[in-house]
Each structure stands twice: as C-alpha cells, then as structure tokens.
Design a protein. Structure first.
Length: 433
C-alpha cells in the first residue's frame, strides 16, 4: 500500500516585511527622542564644563590682581607667554586704563584667552594720595639678620684677653656681609607640568677686626676666625612643596622681597678720622647674580640702660659719641661692560632703604662696586651721591602714588575666539590691592 504524506511549508525564516517595517517605526519613535536627549545633554555638559573652567580662570585672575600691583601683573603676564600666543599689557597714558590680553592654559585642563580691563579713574582722589611703599613682609619672603646682643662685647673681651679697654674698643671695626645667591631648579606643578623657577639662599656673617699693633703677640686680629656664616633665608624646600599645590609658576611665591639687617651702632668705638667721623662699621651686600630685592638697613633704638652704661664707662655723652659714628653701606653687583660713572642712569638690582640717612648725625657712607670690572672706575669710592643714585637710596618708608583701588572686568573666551566678541563669561568687580 502506498502511503501519502502531506507537506506543509513552515513560516520560520524571520519577520515578514510588514512586521519588520512596524518594528522599525516603533523603534524610531522610541530612539529618536532619546538620541536627541543624549545630544542635548552632551552639549549642555560641555557648555557647563566650559563655563565652570572660565569661572575658575576669572576668579584666579582677580585673586592675582588683589595680591600684586598693576605693574607687577604686567611683568608676570608679559614675562611668561605660552607657545603660539603673546601676552600683552597696555596702559593708556591718557585715561590710565590698563588692558591685559593673556592666554591661560594651566588653571584648568583647557586653554582659554582672557581680556582684563582695569579702570582706576573712578578712584583718582584715593589713588593720588601717597602711600608708604613696602613690599610684602610675610616671613617666607624675607631674610632678616640681627647680630647677637653680646657680639661686640665678646669681640672686645677676646682682643683684650678678657679685659675691656678703651684702646681696644676704639681700634675695633666691624664688618657684616650679606651674601645673596640664586639658582634655578625644576619643579612639578599640580597640573603635572614641569617648570623652571628661581630659588634663593642668603647667608650672613659678622667679623670684628682690631688693629694688630695693639694686640698681644700671637692673638688674631679677627674675631671670630671661623664659623661666622649663618643661613638667614632659603626657600628651595618651600617652593618645591608649594609647587604641588598650584597650577601656574607665577603662584609659587618664590620671590625674595626684602633683606632686613638690624644694626646697633657701636658708638663706643666712634672717633674722628681726618676731620670726619671714622668708618667703624661696614655692611656689605654681595649680590653677584643681580637679584632684584630691597635691602633694608635698620638702625635700632638704643636701650636706655646701655646708654647709661656707655656714658658712665667712657665718661662721654651718648649724643656726642653718636655724632662721631661712621658706617658704610656697600653693594657689590656684577654688570659686565658697565662702569659706574657720574651721570650714569643705570641703577642696581638691589634698592637700599635705611633710617641712617642723616649725615649730620655722624656719617653714613655709600659705596657701589661693579664686581665684574676692575680698577677705580668699577666703584664709586668716595662719591657717595653717585652711589646713592645707583642704589636708589631712600628712607625705610618711601611714599608714592599708586593705583590701588580700581574697577575690573575679566572676559574669558574660548581659544582664539577673542575677535568674535562673545566671551564665555564676564566677571566684574572692584579690587582693593
């Protein structure tokens, strides 16, 4: 018997065309709004990030201006232009308005262009008032040296074999040397960038010298003979530590603002020499690297008990001794090719400030020496006025006019978009330096 089997075609090869079209339509209805949402979200996030970065840069700029003068900000910006861009700082001599154009590639992870407008004109009445001009006196920016109170007494005792004699005292001179050294180191910033910066080391020493002809045989005319150098400033460790916390080399705070030397005049050694007060004390600043800083020499007020003691021991009025006292303030720097001469307009890197200006009260001598040159022309010798001009000698608290209150506008743009005139953010405020 022949068997017959019925064949049936099974529909198991996938969706039909109609079903596929329906699925695509449903999927597009769901996905298209989602894709649009993703794109919108990405754009919003990118804009938010850009605004956040621009805000951080604007705030950083304002903080920088609060901590520096307008001239210092000009030096900071124009002295460190990034690759492919030139930072500029322009002051309108007619209006007094400053415009700084800079590129910031270190505050955040992006690169932005910044235009800063500083307008002090609304505060001319305040800014025209002279103000004492003293650089930052924070401890980490200054070197301070003061000799031990009994330093002179120890020297007299050594020279006199344990005795203090008027002859020993009057034939003893004192020399204080301040040595300023600078070097360059590489540090790593918080951004991971490695930059080169300067650090400073300042040492000080005081040596007494007595006329050897009045000393006992075999006694050295110098005291102390060794171990007189003291480190009074070193900022390498602090700069390395701070580097890891900042984004830009200008925020390192590595400058040496002031070197302050406190002086107790040795009026007990005062006497006349060739009709004028003899130079019995010398303070010498050795600045071979021409580091720009203020050199403050401060005469300390004499204690009344010491005044009384000197008057009783030497049987001389203190004011009389002070009128015979002579001190020399000297600066040595290295300027190849420059010979200090009358009429010179070049000034030293170190600026001398002191309350020992009054030559009618004793004698304050000023000496500048170009250590890179030789011969009489390398120094100012007895030409104290020339030395004062070179060292820009002033009193301890000179006053000058300064734009210290001003309105400020900071505009932050995307890279190379300043010409478009559409900043990402504009921040305004009034800054008091």
């Amino acid at each position: 018997m022949q068997k017959h089997r019925k064949k049936r075609q099974l529909n198991n090869e996938g969706f039909s065309l109609v079903e596929l079209l329906i699925a695509i339509v449903i999927l597009s209805i769901i996905v298209v709004p989602l894709l649009h949402s993703f794109v919108t979200s990405a754009r919003t996030n990118a804009k938010s990030r850009s605004t956040m970065h621009a805000t951080a840069i604007a705030e950083d700029v304002m903080e920088m201006f609060e901590a520096h003068t307008l001239e210092e900000m000009s030096d900071i910006y124009t002295g460190a232009s990034p690759a492919g861009f030139t930072n500029t700082a322009v002051k309108d001599d007619t209006t007094g308005i400053w415009t700084y154009t800079i590129r910031d590639d270190s505050t955040t992870f992006g690169t932005y262009d910044v235009v800063v407008k500083v307008d002090p004109t609304a505060y001319s009445a305040v800014n025209s008032v002279t103000r004492v001009d003293i650089k930052n006196l924070a401890g980490n920016l200054n070197a301070v040296y003061s000799e031990a109170a009994d330093g002179a007494r120890e020297a007299y005792s050594y020279f006199g074999g344990g005795l203090y004699t008027a002859d020993i005292i009057q034939h003893t001179t004192r020399k204080t040397e301040i040595n300023i050294d600078s070097s360059k180191i590489n540090v790593t910033l918080a951004t991971g960038a490695t930059v080169e910066t300067e650090v400073y080391l300042v040492t000080a020493s005081t040596t007494y010298h007595c006329d050897p002809t009045i000393l006992a045989t075999g006694r050295s005319p110098d005291y102390p003979q060794t171990g007189a150098d003291y480190v009074i400033f070193s900022n390498e460790d602090s700069v390395r530590s701070r580097a890891a916390q900042v984004n830009d080399v200008s925020e390192l705070g590595n400058q040496l603002a002031n070197i302050i030397v406190c002086v107790q005049p040795r009026v007990e050694s005062a006497h006349y020499d060739a009709g004028r007060p003899a130079i019995i004390d010398r303070i010498v600043f050795n600045n071979p690297d021409n580091v720009e800083t203020n050199l403050l020499v401060v005469e300390q007020t004499e204690r009344q008990d010491r005044i009384d003691m000197l008057r009783d021991v030497l049987a001389t009025d203190y004011d009389t001794m002070r009128s015979k006292y002579g001190i020399s303030l000297e600066l040595r720097e290295a300027w190849p090719g420059w010979m200090p001469a009358p009429g010179t307009t070049q000034t030293s890197a170190g600026t001398l400030r002191t309350n020992l200006l009054d030559e009618s009260d004793g004698l304050t001598a000023y000496v500048f020496e170009n250590s890179s040159m030789t011969g009489a022309g390398a120094g100012t010798g007895l030409n104290y006025e020339l030395a004062k001009n070179i060292m820009s000698v002033t009193n301890l608290t000179p006053a000058r006019e300064q734009d210290r209150i001003y309105d400020m506008e900071v505009k932050v743009y995307a890279e190379d978009k300043i010409a478009d005139g559409s900043p990402i953010i504009t921040m305004t405020g009034t800054v008091t330096e």
